[in-house]
Design a protein around this ligand. Structure first.
Ligand code: FE2
Length: 263
């Protein structure tokens, strides 16, 4: 009996003890709940701040993109204006720069070159004869062969073109390509008589496109020689005057029908 009543007292005491523990647990639970609430509130504030930051950054990105687009547009319009200026003065080469651009771009694309090289070639091709602005119109449209002095005036146009373009900050070596567009691999070109790799790849492409277009088209001093004769010239002087890989790419795109000036 004594054990039994003691056991009841013990049970009551244990019960009280448990109640106490329950109370403590309840306090702890309340503390944790408050902490959780505080943290959730804090996280929510951080989340709001991040969302605001994301919106701000997206807006800045969009403004930057529009700025780049505008700059590219202005650059393209400047190039077109320069190209138009030279063609206005020299009706015989009207369209020449546009057709050379088309061919030079197609050669560069067929050679699997980077977007950077392709864009450089095309931009330079669009204005490659800009230096002709400095040559008297009578010489440019003279229907007979040029005198030595007249020819020497013509040979300055790559240098003049370089001077006109060198201060425009293109993302491609446009002024150098223009400067080198009458050079030849064996050093027989002008104005610097550069050889092989001294002529940059973009210029080596423009050289071939320029020769092919010029030969294929009508000139004030001669009728058009035709595309076949132009391709024969490139094939014959491949590796001597013209870059072999560029010459091969040019001949290939014409002979397989992948390119024509009329397309
Ligand atoms: Fe030229």
């Amino acid at each position: 009996m004594a054990d039994e009543s003691k056991s009841k007292e013990e049970l009551i005491s244990e019960l009280n003890h448990l109640r106490g523990q329950l109370g403590e647990l309840d306090d702890t639970y309340r503390d944790l709940e408050k902490q959780m609430r505080d943290q959730t509130e804090e996280l929510s504030k951080i989340n709001d701040a991040m969302a605001t930051e994301v919106i701000k950054r997206k807006k800045l990105q969009e403004e930057f993109r529009l700025g780049c687009e505008k700059l590219q547009r202005v650059l393209n319009e400047t190039i077109s204006a320069l190209s138009y200026a030279v063609e206005k003065r020299d009706p015989y080469t009207a369209g020449h720069q546009a057709r050379v651009t088309k061919l030079a771009g197609a050669i560069a694309e067929h050679m699997n070159l980077s977007e950077q090289v392709i864009m450089g070639v095309k931009t330079a091709a669009t204005v490659h004869d800009i230096g002709k602005i400095n040559i008297p119109a009578e010489i440019l449209s003279k229907p007979s062969e040029l005198t030595k002095i007249e020819y020497s005036m013509i040979t300055v146009h790559p240098q003049i073109g370089y001077e006109i373009l060198k201060n425009i900050e293109f993302p491609w070596p446009v002024s150098t390509i223009v400067l080198q567009h009458h050079e030849r691999l064996n050093g027989s070109g002008y104005p610097q008589g550069l050889q092989d790799d001294q002529i940059i790849l973009e210029a080596r492409i423009l050289i071939v496109a320029d020769v092919v277009e010029a030969m294929a088209s009508h000139r004030p001093y001669r009728p058009a020689l035709g595309i076949n004769m132009a391709l024969e010239e490139i094939e014959k002087k491949r590796g001597i005057l013209y870059d072999p890989a560029v010459a091969d790419a040019c001949i290939h795109i014409f002979r397989t029908g992948k390119f024509s000036f009329e397309q």
